[in-house]
Design a protein around this ligand. Sequence first.
Ligand code: ADP
Ligand code: MG
Length: 396
Amino acid sequence: MAKKIVSDLQLKDKKVLVRVDFNVPMKDGSITNDNRIVEALPTIKYIIEQGGKAILFSHLGKVKTEEDKEKLSLAPVAKRLSELLEKEVTFVPETRGEKLESAIDQLKSGDVLLFENTRFEDLDGKKESKNDPELGKYWASLGDVFVNDAFGTAHRAHASNVGVASNLESAAGFLMEKEIKFIGDVVANPERPFVAILGGAKVSDKIGVIENLLNVADKILIGGGMAYTFLKAQGKEIGQSLLEEDKIDLANDLLARANGKIVLPVDGLVTKEFSNDGEIKAVSVDEIPQDLQSLDIGPKTIELFKSELQGAKTVVWNGPMGVFEMSNFAKGTIGVCEAIAELSDATTIIGGGDSAAAAMQLGFAEKFTHISTGGGASLEYLEGKVLPGIDSISEK
Ligand code: ADP
Ligand code: MG
């Protein structure tokens, strides 16, 4: 079931359609973080080096009204891409039609073109987001082969990924290849011991991930806000800590099925207000005062999690251990980052929007084997779901 990779394709003189993820954060018409453009460069450069004509496209934000079009144009992205590639990038401010077609006809081998935000098509009956078959077919008609490098949208069946792939020979770009290799293959067939670490705000966001990892992981360490619903399920008093009342039964059921695989915090950092500035103390989870809330795992839990991680060969982590956005409650997340950094000879993967941001912000980006680029897509992939964007890529 191996998917074709861009390096399996004949690219010379071919019109190569490339679905990239240029859904970058923008403020007042400027790009505030160009990471996604940087991440797409290896695939684009490879296509150019092979003598292909790269025809790039992506969505940007959600286009709901005519007025959205101005602030959601990909024009600034074309400019930034051109700087990063140190070469001209032709930008076509259309998603279809004569102007686009003639610009593509004029491309020479090694040229790069970017056309406008695919979601401009959503103004006319959500053609992009609902995978209108005519639209996918039309875009496919513009090229000879298709490369999908947009992992961030792989959990959605849109015209610009699934639609194009259903009409043309297709392959994964290098970024997509990494995600398939690290999340897909590792979760399907991990080297053991396989330790999963789950945290973040809510149990309800992560039910699918817990259920799937319960089947494949040897241990699941649970921290973050979601831990307190589990502790409550064990009959503990959790004070004002985050609780999902309606998930207590589910937590109980998961604990029963886990057969000792789930490891919960033994202490937490408690404080009165949701603030970085109040009085903070570390207390056992058996002694959380009624009027306080726990915003991070405590020092004993960091040690416990460190010892559970010893000797792990595969580590998958989703969800911060505490409210890492406030420095006093970033200690647990830092401690787990450090424990992972010390592992020799392990494949370590972090996925999820806030988790990836935490690892980068805290300076541990280099310490992981793989930081997944997709938020929702990473989660659904960790749930063991088939992602339509990947599924639609041609088999080798
Ligand atoms: P991801 O985006 O990686 O999937 P989530 O969105 O599930 O992660 O969770 C991230 C959020 O969880 C962070 O904003 C963090 O502040 C919050 N969080 C972590 N621990 C706690 C806690 N003990 N109490 C409240 N919020 C928490
Ligand atoms: Mg999040």
